[in-house]
Design a protein. Structure first.
Length: 147
């Protein structure tokens, strides 16, 4: 009887530890962006994890060269489950910055999660946000910023 009780308690302890650790497992996000000029420039991706940090302080950033079909692929690892937004700049001249023209309007292409578009500026967080509950991939397309 004592053995059965110890075995049962041990099983409960292991089971609760397993549930706890699986709830804390990190997830990954792969971002596939298309619409750039093949083999020209680089893409700079920023991942934001809150409305407060959106377009100000990314949780993670990555830079990759544009591939032979005009696309780029980023994978963000070690993420907590939650709400995120992604912005990607097509840095055609590979200078590490978003080029802008008159009134600060981007002259290089941009892409946002949900293919969100802004009006007289970047899209709001609520348009670009998405929930990440498990590892996933999203596809977005570069587009010219609206004036």
């Amino acid at each position: 009887m004592r053995f059965l009780l110890v075995t049962l308690l041990f099983g409960l302890a292991v089971g609760s530890t397993t549930l706890k650790s699986s709830a804390q497992e990190s997830v990954s996000l792969t971002v596939i962006v298309t619409g750039a000029q093949p083999n020209t420039g680089q893409a700079i991706a920023s991942l934001f994890d809150s409305k407060e940090t959106y377009l100000k302080a990314p949780a993670q950033e990555a830079v990759v060269e544009i591939d032979s079909v005009g696309g780029a692929r980023f994978t963000f690892e070690g993420l907590k489950r939650g709400t995120y937004a992604v912005s990607v700049i097509y840095d055609k001249d590979s200078d590490g910055e978003l080029d802008t023209g008159f009134l600060g309007i981007p002259t290089e292409l941009i892409a946002m999660s949900n293919d969100a578009k802004g009006r007289l500026g970047p899209p709001r967080f609520r348009k670009a946000r998405f929930e990440l509950h498990e590892s996933a991939a999203i596809r977005i397309r570069f587009a010219k910023a609206k004036e």
